[in-house]
Design a binder for this molecule. Structure first.
Ligand code: ADP
Ligand code: MG
Ligand code: MG
Length: 908
């Protein structure tokens, strides 16, 4: 094109015919897809695109880059000759829209100006051109277009408060005694333009610019600058969209949906984006321009009605929708306008959809032969599957949504409203379900957040304190419901004309962000029922169950990572097995020291002689053995990794304060405090400044004689007992918190002695391995592998120790601030920090396998169920991930997706 000659430097402008859908980085999503539709031969008004590079250059220097003005002039000239009209021609003006469009859709965040090119003179020319009969029949349309230009231009280019224009429009309607903008005639609109001009001049200190090219250039600038508008910056941070992409600008010849009843504008989806069902979904509004449909100024009609209003356009639209689906091989959403019976396509993209729709659509497209199962797997994700597993509100009674906010942490929570953390704790203590309502939360609210079923706030988005902490706890949270007026002192909030007092029941949906008054019934997820085995996919009529079954089945077929679960009871083990777990990656033994067994632990700690200590251990042995028998039985034939006791022993004793009071009270009364006195002394002696870094894990085993030995014996005897019953237990003993191979070797020598003693009669293979959770262990993995038959990364501790912060303290205290500042995009406890902690993982895998080829390596801890992290663990070549039972399906799905994505990401 001639454009290249205009500058030797850089091509900043592309005609629609020069682009395609794969150029989203350069042309933005909207521009790339407009180009694609143009090249498909669909009716797109002609236009051109200013690249994101021009935007970036502008934002960096504050001025349009060299050559841009000339290239725009060249493309504008081409557009004028294609349209047979000139921008600003008083007799027959070409009008254009100036539209933002970034690589990723950022709905409502950036600017668009329509009808650029109108001024006091050309408005008359437009009126004459538009008249379809009697004189003056185009006047209404032309003045309506002009007032829209001043309104949009004023608001988006010159920061004139939008309400002022809206008030003037309302005044005009009121004077006319109507609420419908269509009742305003040409004279009313001409008068409105006068009022708009005054508003414009008052706020900008200048007249509305008349030269069309000046309008165009200012609008382009405004679109560039809208990239850095505060709301756009916040939105990107929330959605983790990089800050440096810039937006493209689309200049598109205007087509008019406001030319009368045979014109109109609409939006459409090629399938239902809520359910994924096939069919036509959309809204249409006659005699209206673009943004009217979404702005809700008049009631739209369902798209199906267009068939009655304008059958030829409707039929053509359906044909185009089919073409687009066939071309993009996915659900598309569409913006279109009809100008006097002629259909124009103004936008398309692969449409957003709910989690249920994502699975259903992928499954339908496979049935229709449009995509294969690999592609279907690629198109859904673990976060969506997790959403489908939460219990949900039964909306069959159509409860009223009183407001919506940000669904920040999924779930369906019902409870009585409380306004303070203390009250939440108090009522929850009485067995009440409560919802903690705050303007915004802060670290002092933590106890109340823990006590509540769910959290509702009026301010803050997905990275607010409430959102971050709630997600960390897996608690339902709806935040940023900004028309909630919270009055903590009065103990009530108001919303949409309702007053809600403390103690009133509300229901919050942390997925959809909807708030309901009163109790909405909750029903279990069909998908969980399917995983539980209570719904048979072969006979189920629920399309979602069928889709999930098929797609996760494919994931299982392709994945290389095994998926295990974290479970410490037979019951959890059984459930996880139904969810598809292929063993236990982490069986914690801590709970085996709780409840009525605490007394034995106390005896162990207080033992003064070897005999006393052995008595305590001997009493614990059969109890632990029984626990293991149950778990091994449920996981028959599958590996079970049992972690030897990990937490500091004083965690099993009463608190210092509690004991001190007991002892003091007893002494006061002249009674003998007995055992409490000794316990108090022990607690004082065992007190640690930093228990996370204190006497725990392998250190306990090395310091307290007989403790690990008892556990090893219980594990091995349990396994031997099952072998005697003809079963197939696969125990793996895991030593926690190892930092040096010498620690592991010491434990190993003792353990092997016990194992060979116990298994003399019933051969059982018992593996001995270690957690890698102390940075030193990762860094000396080559040495440690000499003494370990397997590694399992404890990524919680590894994260804590790599960053040097204690999870329990920091998440509630300051993570929200770190997220706000972008220090990390997501909590490193939620998703593995690839650069830092991930590096330790890589080193340990490489050096561990170099020392012991084929070393079995897995990960336990919640990262094992986090989609992003699962992809990382696949990449670095782990053998398995282990996560809580409910995350097992998510990990299965993502382990499959990781294979598909590493195999074919470029071809997609
Ligand atoms: P958004 O990204 O917010 O959807 P758009 O750039 O798509 O903004 O434009 C806003 C509205 O104006 C849309 O409804 C669009 O269809 C309409 N519109 C944009 N350009 C034109 C045009 N050249 N002719 C008619 N309507 C247009
Ligand atoms: Mg749009
Ligand atoms: Mg640990």
């Amino acid at each position: 094109m001639a454009a290249e000659k205009a500058t030797t430097k850089h091509k900043y402008v592309y005609g629609f015919a020069e682009g395609n859908k794969d150029l989203k980085d350069l042309l933005g999503g909207k521009g790339a897809n407009l180009a694609e539709m143009t090249n498909l031969g669909l009716p797109v008004p002609p236009g051109f695109i200013i690249t994101t590079e021009a935007c970036k250059a502008y934002l960096a220097t504050g001025a349009e880059p060299d050559g841009l003005a000339e290239q725009v002039a060249t493309h504008l000239a081409a557009l004028e000759s294609a349209m047979g009209k000139r921008l600003g021609d008083p007799a027959d003006p070409l009008l254009v829209s100036v539209r933002s469009g970034a690589k990723f859709s950022m709905p409502g965040m950036m600017e668009t100006v329509l009808n650029v090119g109108l001024n006091d003179e050309s408005v008359a020319g437009l009126a004459r051109q538009a008249s379809d009969g009697g004189p003056g029949s185009g006047d209404r349309f032309a003045w309506d277009s002009y007032r829209r230009l001043i309104q949009m231009f004023g608001k988006t280019v010159c920061d004139v408060p939008g309400e002022e224009f809206e008030h003037a429009l309302d005044d005009a309607k009121r004077a006319k005694g109507t609420t419908n903008d269509l009742d305003l005639d040409a004279d009313d609109l001409r008068a409105l333009v006068g009022a708009y001009n005054k508003i414009f001049a008052k706020h900008t200190g200048r007249e509305f610019p008349q030269p069309p090219r000046e309008q165009l250039d200012l609008a382009v600038r405004a679109v560039f600058e809208s990239w850095n508008a505060e709301r756009a910056v916040l939105y990107r941070r929330q959605e983790r969209i990089p800050a440096d992409l810039g937006t493209a600008v689309n200049i598109v010849a205007m087509v008019f949906g406001n030319l009368g009843p045979d014109s109109g504008t609409g939006v459409a989806f090629t399938r239902d984006p809520a359910t994924g069902n096939q069919g036509i979904y959309g809204d249409y509004l006659a005699n209206a321009q673009g943004e009217d449909v979404v702005a809700g100024i008049r009631n739209t009609v369902p798209l199906q009605e267009l068939e009655r209003i304008d059958k030829p356009s409707y039929d053509e639209l359906l044909r185009i929708m089919a073409t687009l689906e066939g071309h993009y091989r996915d659900l598309c959403d569409i913006e279109f306008t009809i100008e006097r019976g002629k259909l124009w396509m103004l936008q398309t993209r692969v449409g957003k959809r709910t989690a249920a729709a994502a699975f259903n659509i992928a499954n339908h497209l496979v049935d229709e032969g449009i995509i294969d199962l690999d592609e279907a797997l690629h198109r859904v994700n673990g976060a969506q599957l997790a959403q489908l597993m939460f219990p949900r509100f039964d909306l069959s009674g159509s409860p009223e949504v009183v407001t919506t906010g940000v669904g920040a942490s999924p779930g369906a929570a019902v409870g009585r409203v409380v306004f303070t953390s203390a009250r939440a704790v108090e009522l929850a203590g009485q067995g009440e379900r409560v919802i903690l309502v705050r303007r915004e939360t802060n670290p002092d609210d933590l106890p109340g957040m823990i006590a509540a079923q769910g959290i509702l706030t009026a301010r803050g988005g997905k990275t607010s304190h409430a959102a971050v902490v709630a997600r960390g706890m897996g608690k339902t949270c709806l935040c940023g419901a900004d028309n909630l007026d919270v009055d903590v002192k009065a103990g009530r909030f108001t919303v949409a004309g309702h007053v809600v007092n403390e103690g009133d029941v509300v229901s919050i949906d942390g997925t959809s962000g909807c708030l309901y008054l009163g109790e909405v019934p909750v029903r279990p997820s069909e998908v969980v029922q399917y995983f539980e085995g209570s719904v048979d996919p072969a006979t189920s009529t629920d399309p979602l169950v069928v889709a999930v079954h098929r797609i996760i089945g494919h994931a299982d077929g392709v994945r290389r990572l095994r998926v295990r679960t974290n479970a410490d009871t037979g019951e959890d083990a059984a459930r996880a097995r139904r969810f598809g777990a292929e063993g236990i990656g982490l069986c914690r033994t801590e709970h085996m020291f709780l409840g009525d067994r605490r007394e034995l632990v106390e005896r162990l700690i207080l033992a003064r002689t070897e005999t006393e200590r052995n008595e305590a251990l001997d009493a614990l042995l059969p109890l632990q053995r029984a626990d293991f028998v149950e778990i091994f039985r449920e996981m028959d034939g599958l590996p079970v990794t049992v972690r030897l006791i990990d937490p500091p022993l004083h965690e099993f004793l009463p608190s210092l304060e509690e004991l001190a009071v007991h002892v003091a009270v007893a002494q006061e009364r002249g009674e003998d405090p007995g055992k409490d006195q000794a316990l108090l002394a022990a607690v004082r002696r065992m007190h640690e400044q930093n228990p996370m870094l204190g006497l725990r894990g392998v250190r306990l085993g090395l310091v307290i004689p007989g403790l690990f030995a008892m556990q090893v014996r219980a594990i091995t005897e349990a396994a031997a007992q099952l072998v005697a019953e003809g079963r197939d237990p696969r125990p793996e003993i895991m030593v926690p918190l190892v930092g040096a191979v010498q620690e592991l070797e010491t434990v190993r020598v003792e353990a092997e002695k016990i194992i060979s003693e116990v298994t003399r009669e019933h051969a059982v293979e018992v593996l001995i391995g270690t957690m890698i959770e102390v940075p030193r262990a990762a860094l000396t993995a080559g040495q440690i592998a000499e003494a370990a038959e397997f590694f399992s990364f404890g990524t919680n501790d590894l994260t804590q120790m790599a960053w040097g912060f204690s999870r329990d303290d920091v998440e509630g205290a300051f993570f929200w601030r770190y997220l706000e500042l972008g220090i990390f995009g997501i909590s490193p406890f939620e998703s593995l920090d690839r650069d830092g902690v991930g590096r330790l993982v890589r080193i340990a895998v490489e050096e561990g396998r170099a020392a012991r080829p084929g070393l079995k390596i897995g990960v336990c801890g919640e990262h094992g169920g986090d989609p992003e992290s699962v992809h990382f663990f696949h990449e670095v070549g782990l053998d398995y991930v282990s996560c809580s039972p409910f995350r097992v399906p998510v990990a299965r799905l993502e382990a499959g997706r990781a294979v598909i994505e590493s195999a074919g990401s470029d071809s997609r």
